[in-house]
Ligand binder design. Structure first.
Ligand code: AMP
Ligand code: DBH
Length: 538
C-alpha cells in the first residue's frame, strides 16, 4: 500500500507493531459484527427518541452497505460525510467501513470552500449530508459543490432530498448482500481532516489497524465498559469525539453512545441526568459555559464519572473547578488527528490533572522535544514536539512535498506544538510554531484566510494572527495593508463570508497598517503583530 499518495509505516515497523499486539487485524466492519454477537440487544446508540441495540445497528449497517454498493460505491472510493450528531452518522460510517469505502470527515460548519476542496482533492464519488440543519440548507451547498467537482456522482440526504436528483438515505436500506468487498485491516479506513497550517486542509489517512489500536488503549485508560454511556456534544467527526475514546471507543467497549445536536448546558446537562451519562468530551470554552451553568441549575449529574477537556489548552484555574463543580474526574486530553493522544490518568494527583495535558497513551509512542536544529534538549525545557508510533501517520494523503517538511527523515511527525516535559513524562503545551490559530479548539490555518483576503481588490497584503481571549483562549486578528483606499471592516468580513467558509474562520478583528513589521530575515513578523494587537486590546 506504500505509495507517495498514501504513505504508510515501513515494513519492519509494521511487523513490530503487529508482533507487539498493537495491530490485531480486525476491521471496523468486523468489529461491529463481533459486538453484535457479544452484546445483542444491549443499547449501542441513542439519538433523540431512537434507542438502537448492537444487533439492530449491525443489521441496519448491512442494509445500508448493500444500498451504497448498489449505487456503485465500493472498496477504496472516497465519500465525504458531513452530518450533525445523529444516530444515522454511526450507521453511515460503519456501512462505508464495511465496504472498504473511505469516509472523508467534514465538519458541519464547513462550507463551499472547504467541501469543494476536500471533495476534489479526494476525488470523492459521493457526499452525504443532512437536508436542513441549524437553519442551513446543505442541499444548496451540495449543488454548488457538484457544479465544481465532476467526480461527485451521488448526493445522499438524511431527510428530505428535495427537488434535485439526490438520493434519500432512507431508500438505501435494502436487502443485505453477501458478495460485498472485503477490506483488510492494514488498509486505510478513512480520511480525517487536519486543522492545517498551510493554505488548505490536509487529509489524514488512518488504517483500521492503527485507529482500532488507539481506541482500544483509549477505552482502557478511560475505564470504559459495557456500562459506559458517552455523550457526544462536540461534532461527531472530530477526532476527539471519534476516538479518544469517543464514539468508536465506547462501542468497542460495548457501551452506549448518546448523540446530542445541542451542546448548550440546558440540553447537555439534562441529557446527562436523563441518560445517566458516565463520560463526555468538550473543548475548553464549552467547559467554561457548563462550569458556570451547572451550579445555577438543579440537574442530577451524579452519574458523570469522567469529564474530558481537550482540543485546546485548558487553563489551570478553570481545570481546578471541574471536580468540585461537576463532581467527577477531570481528564485533560491533548491529541491530534494525525495520531498521538495524551491523557491525564483518572487516578493522577490533582496537580497533574490540573497543570498538564497528560502523557502519551501508548508505551510505543515515541515523543521527542527538540530545539530548532532537531537536537534533543533538557527535560523541562521548551521545544518542538516530534512523535512517531503505532497510530501516528507517516504522511498526509497526496502531499509529497508537504510531507517532506512535516515529517523528519526517520518518520517523526512535526506536531508544530511547543511543549515541555515534566520529569514524570507528562506534557505541558506552551505554544505553537505552526502558523495556525486555535480558536477554542477550532483550528484555523492563517494562510488559508490570508489567501482569501488577498483575493479582495483592495487588499495589498494580509497577515492573520491570534489575540488572547479569556473565553476562547485565542481569537483571530487580520492585519491588512490596503491597496488604495482601505475597504471597511464590514465589507471585508462579508467578502470572506461570501467565499463560503466555516464561520469560525471569519476574522474576529481587522486592523489596517501601512507596512508590516519584519523579522531579521525579512519575513512578516507575526510575533510583533501579536504584540501590537495585545497592546491594543489590553
Ligand atoms: P489537528 O492536528 O488539527 O487534529 O489539531 C491538533 C492540535 O490541536 C494539536 O497539535 C494542538 O496544537 C492542539 N491541541 C489539541 N489538544 C490540545 C490540548 N489539550 N492543549 C493544547 N493544545 C491542544
Ligand atoms: O484537537 C484535536 O485534534 C484532538 C484533541 C483531543 C484530537 O484529535 C484528539 C483528542 O484525538
Amino acid at each position: 500500500m506504500m505509495s507517495v499518495d498514501i504513505p504508510t509505516w515501513p515494513e519492519e515497523w509494521a511487523r513490530q507493531y503487529r508482533e507487539a499486539g498493537c495491530w490485531q487485524g480486525e476491521t471496523f466492519g468486523d468489529m461491529l459484527r463481533r459486538l453484535a454477537d457479544e452484546h445483542g440487544d444491549h443499547v449501542a446508540v441513542v439519538s433523540g427518541s431512537i434507542r438502537m441495540g448492537y444487533a439492530e445497528l449491525n443489521r441496519r449497517v448491512d442494509q445500508l452497505a448493500a444500498g451504497f454498493h448498489q449505487l456503485g460505491i465500493t472498496h477504496g472510493d472516497r465519500v465525504v460525510v458531513q452530518l450533525p450528531n445523529i444516530g444515522t452518522y454511526v450507521e453511515v460510517i460503519f456501512a462505508l467501513f464495511r465496504l472498504g469505502a473511505w469516509p472523508v470527515f467534514a465538519l458541519p460548519l464547513h462550507r463551499r470552500t472547504e467541501i469543494t476542496h476536500i471533495t476534489k482533492f479526494a476525488d470523492a464519488v459521493a457526499y452525504i449530508i443532512a437536508d436542513i440543519e441549524g437553519g442551513f440548507d446543505y442541499r444548496e451547498l451540495a449543488a454548488q459543490v457538484q457544479d465544481e467537482v465532476p467526480t461527485l456522482a451521488h448526493v445522499i440526504v438524511v431527510g428530505d432530498p428535495g427537488s434535485r436528483d439526490y438520493h434519500s438515505i432512507h431508500d438505501l436500506y435494502i436487502e443485505p448482500k453477501a458478495d460485498l468487498p472485503k477490506p483488510v485491516a492494514s488498509e486505510v479506513a478513512f480520511l480525517q481532516l487536519s486543522g492545517g497550517s498551510t493554505g488548505l486542509p490536509k487529509l489524514i489517512p488512518r488504517t483500521h489497524d492503527d485507529y482500532m489500536y488507539s481506541l482500544r488503549i483509549s477505552a482502557d485508560i478511560c475505564g470504559l465498559s459495557k456500562e459506559s454511556k458517552y455523550l457526544v456534544v462536540l461534532p461527531a467527526a472530530h477526532n476527539f469525539t471519534m476516538s479518544s475514546p469517543g464514539i468508536l471507543g465506547t462501542l468497542y467497549a460495548g457501551g452506549a453512545v448518546v448523540m446530542s445536536r445541542d451542546s448548550s448546558p440546558d440540553a447537555a446537562l439534562a441529557l446527562i441526568e436523563q441518560e445517566r451519562i458516565t463520560i463526555t468530551a468538550v473543548v475548553p470554552p464549552l467547559a467554561l459555559i457548563w462550569l458556570d451553568a451547572a451550579p445555577t441549575r438543579s440537574y442530577d449529574l451524579s452519574s458523570l464519572q469522567v469529564f474530558q477537556v481537550g482540543g485546546a489548552k485548558f487553563n489551570s484555574e478553570a481545570a481546578r473547578r471541574v471536580e468540585p463543580v461537576l463532581g467527577c474526574i477531570l481528564q485533560q486530553v491533548f491529541g491530534m488527528a494525525e495520531g498521538l493522544v495524551n491523557y491525564t490518568r483518572l487516578d493522577d494527583p490533582e496537580e497533574i490533572k490540573v497543570n498538564t495535558q497528560g502523557r502519551p497513551m501508548s508505551p510505543f509512542d515515541e515523543v521527542l522535544v527538540v530545539n530548532d536544529e532537531d537536537e534533543a534538549i533538557e527535560i523541562g525545557e521548551e521545544g518542538h514536539l516530534l512523535t512517531r508510533g503505532p497510530y501516528t501517520i507517516r504522511g498526509y494523503y497526496r502531499a509529497e512535498a508537504h510531507n517532506a517538511k512535516a515529517f523528519t527523515t526517520d518518520g517523526f511527525y512535526r506536531t508544530g506544538d511547543i511543549v515541555r516535559l515534566t520529569t514524570d513524562g507528562y506534557i505541558v503545551v506552551e505554544g505553537r510554531d505552526k502558523d495556525q490559530i486555535n480558536r477554542g479548539g477550532d483550528k484555523i490555518a492563517a494562510a488559508e484566510i490570508e489567501n482569501l483576503l488577498l483575493g479582495h481588490p483592495s487588499v495589498h497584503d494580509a497577515a492573520l494572527v491570534s489575540m488572547s481571549d479569556s473565553y476562547l483562549g485565542e481569537r483571530t486578528c487580520a492585519f491588512i495593508i490596503p491597496h488604495g483606499e482601505a475597504p471597511s471592516v464590514q465589507e471585508l468580513k462579508s467578502y470572506i463570508r461570501q467565499q463560503g467558509i466555516a464561520a469560525y474562520k471569519i476574522p474576529d478583528r481587522i486592523e489596517f497598517m501601512d507596512v508590516f513589521p519584519l523579522t531579521k530575515v525579512g519575513k512578516v513578523s507575526k510575533k510583533l503583530l501579536r504584540e501590537i494587537i495585545e497592546c491594543k486590546i489590553k
